[in-house]
Design a protein around this ligand. Structure first.
Ligand SMILES: Nc1ncnc2c1ncn2[C@@H]1O[C@H](COP(=O)(O)OP(=O)(O)OP(=O)(O)O)[C@@H](O)[C@H]1O
Ligand SMILES: [Mg+2]
Length: 278
């Protein structure tokens, strides 16, 4: 029996490499023989461009019109299917506000999705209702975070928000990977921030994705980095991420971020319970 892994790639901070990670992770898993459904939950609709697919029905129809997700799926590559998104999804956010059990609507709408090893979701840079729905659908959360100073506080807020959603809805979406992105090893700030990430989230921190111009170029080609330039740094880094996701220790119950944080100065352990959306 196929056990479906539902990975939500999220960070409320914009431009940190969520879409780049989703496209290349999904493509890498598909190339290794896994059946992958990639769902774009961002009204920017970048996935369709990145993978050069077109679709008449998209995730708006699934969420708002109740259209069967299976009829919204388009094939992007061998083993890789996609449900696209476009700007109409912004309206869905407003329509959802009036729905009963609005936070779990996506989970209900996608309950019939079968035959995949992975469903991977690309989220918009927000903490809106659609993203809450994504978290409540997922069982694994990946947070790409750029290796710059401002990223750290955003990352802590994101983790708190996910914990709060889990707590309020008695859900168990586990933050199983924090992915440092835009890493430049010649840059002291990048090294410092990566060091800080290691000290706070060692168990779930993956190897950094380095800055690589090929990763910037490849969305325009409609290809993943593995097809665009298999020998570049970006392809190597994302290949390592794919291997990490497929590693035996990542299957089944994934490691999860600790809800206990070591206070760096005193060594005290504190439990953060800061409310969501404060
Ligand atoms: N490792 C990298 N090296 C160089 N450029 C990168 C890297 N990762 C992503 N980029 C580029 O940075 C920009 C932002 O990346 P991306 O769209 O993946 O971020 P995002 O978090 O999905 O953004 P948004 O929050 O707007 O959805 C894009 O132009 C992308 O090509
Ligand atoms: Mg994006």
């Amino acid at each position: 029996m196929i056990v479906l892994r539902k990975i939500v790639v999220i960070n409320q901070k914009g431009g940190v490499g969520k879409t780049t990670t989703v496209v290349n992770l999904a493509s890498g898993l598909a190339r290794s023989g896994k059946k992958v459904l990639l769902i774009d939950l961002d009204p920017q609709g970048n996935i369709a461009t990145c993978l050069n697919v077109k679709s008449i029905k998209d995730i708006y129809d699934v969420i708002v019109e109740g259209v069967d997700p299976m009829v919204c799926i388009v094939k992007a590559d061998e083993n890789l299917d996609v449900i696209t998104s476009k700007e109409t999804l912004t309206k869905a956010e407003m329509i959802l506000v009036g729905e009963a059990s609005r936070e779990t609507l996506l989970r209900r709408r996608l309950s019939g999705v079968k035959g995949y090893d992975f469903v991977i979701m690309d989220c918009a840079p927000s903490l809106g209702l659609i993203n809450q729905n994504a978290i409540l659908y997922g069982n694994e959360i990946f947070i790409p975070a750029s290796t710059d100073v401002l990223a750290l506080s955003g990352l802590r807020n994101m983790i708190r928000a996910i914990e709060k959603i889990n707590e309020v809805f008695a859900h168990d979406a586990r933050i199983s990977k924090i992915i440092p992105t835009m890493y430049d090893q010649r840059n002291k700030i990048c090294k410092d921030v990566l060091g800080q990430m290691k000290s706070e989230w060692d168990g779930v921190l993956s190897e950094p994705i380095r800055v690589n111009s090929k990763l910037k170029e490849c969305p325009g080609s409609g290809k993943s980095i593995f097809t665009y330039d298999a020998s570049c740094r970006g392809a190597k880094d994302y290949d390592l991420l794919v291997k990490g996701v497929l590693a035996p220790q990542s299957q089944g119950a994934p490691a999860a971020v600790q809800t206990r944080f070591e206070a760096p100065s005193s060594g005290r352990t504190i439990i953060r319970r800061t409310p969501f959306a404060q």
